[in-house]
Design a protein around this ligand. Structure first.
Ligand code: UDP
Length: 328
């Protein structure tokens, strides 16, 4: 039986990965320090004989007894509001955490995958973004703590591959959405969903002409799984190339949720990328993978999830206003 360690297991992507690997017949150790993760996301796995939870911070030495076949390092804060609140932890989990897990992978002779990100391209000057593009990142901006941690993460992972012959995979994950996203992480989809459900106006930052390309979580997990099982060791973009402006997206949400809210405009956060769209030629060619779920279907499923949250949970959401903190 394959044994797989997934860090960030109580998070959005991590919890879906735990489900997938258990379904594939693996024994899964889900590790999380629960700073941004929520046990609710993996509650259904407690009691499963092929799952164990390890409450641990991967920036400290990681010990796992016995065999390990795969390590997927998906622990990290992953939203601009988190980078502002916990910048040091964001840097540490990408840098020190990755180093610890690489050491573990080397010791166990395990295949090691990192969750890299479209953020390594920064505010991109090349569109759509191919894996060959080096990026345009502000090292000292509010997003720098995440972007640079993730860039370092790619570098050190590649160094272990070249120097120690470690078997590695690097997934560059673009904006992904679906059930189990954290309502108060400040990202655009939970923000709009929460606003729609509370009857508030939808806050579009800037003039809303910036673009994103949203991938439904089922598609993303499939791409990640296929990349891990392939023999491709260079970075690969995994995302949905269907691009939309944030303003058009807000209008779609208003239609979907059937509410009569308006759009209100707030200042654009500093270093907010103006456009983002993955070039997924490589994934198509190497894996034969491409997303299958359209935005309408994916958003409908996501809205169904947010509707199951209690009134209390909905009210807990903080208002995300970057106008004071983020424009320096
Ligand atoms: N955004 C917005 N209103 C919100 C939250 C986000 O207009 O309430 C915008 C944000 O400025 C960015 C886009 O939506 O241009 C996506 O933001 P998100 O934080 O989800 O992810 P990013 O891709 O920027 O990391």
């Amino acid at each position: 039986m394959k044994k797989t360690l997934i860090t960030g297991a109580a998070g959005f992507l991590g919890s879906h990965l735990c489900d997938r690997f258990i379904k594939e017949g693996h024994y899964v150790i889900g590790m999380d320090n629960l700073i941004t993760g929520d046990l609710k996301n993996i509650q259904h796995l407690f009691g499963n004989k092929n799952f164990e939870f390890a409450h641990h911070d991967v920036t400290k030495f990681v010990h796992v007894p016995g065999q390990l076949d795969y390590i997927l390092h998906f622990a990290s804060p992953a939203s601009p509001i988190d980078y502002l609140k916990i910048p040091i932890q964001t840097l540490k989990v990408g840098a020190l955490g990755t180093h610890n897990l690489l050491g573990l992978a080397k010791d166990k002779d395990a295949r090691f995958m990192i969750a890299s990100t479209s953020e390594i391209y920064g505010d991109p000057l090349v569109h759509p973004q191919t894996e060959e593009y080096y990026g345009n990142v502000n090292t000292i901006g509010p997003r720098g703590v995440y972007d640079e941690a993730k860039r370092f993460q790619e570098s050190i992972t590649m160094a272990y591959h070249r120097f120690h012959g470690l078997d590695i995979r690097i997934a560059r994950i673009f904006n992904t959405y679906g059930p189990r996203m954290r309502l108060n992480d400040g990202r655009v989809i939970p923000a709009f969903m929460g606003q729609a459900l509370r009857g508030e106006d939808l806050t579009v930052f800037g003039d809303g002409s910036q673009t994103r390309s949203f991938c439904f979580v089922e598609d993303e997990i499939e791409g990640i799984y296929q990349l891990l099982m392939s023999d491709y060791t260079l970075p690969m973009n995994i995302g949905n190339p269907n691009e939309i402006t944030i303003k058009d997206f807000a209008e779609e949400i208003i239609k979907l949720t059937g509410t009569d809210q308006k759009i209100i405009y707030k200042p654009l956060p500093k270093d907010d990328p103006m456009q983002r769209q993955p070039d997924i030629s490589k994934a198509k060619e190497v894996l034969g993978w491409e997303p299958k779920v359209g935005r309408e279907e994916g958003m409908r499923k996501t809205f169904e999830y947010f509707k199951t949250l209690s009134k209390e949970e909905l009210e807990k959401t903080e208002h995300r206003d970057f106008s004071n903190v983020n424009r320096k």
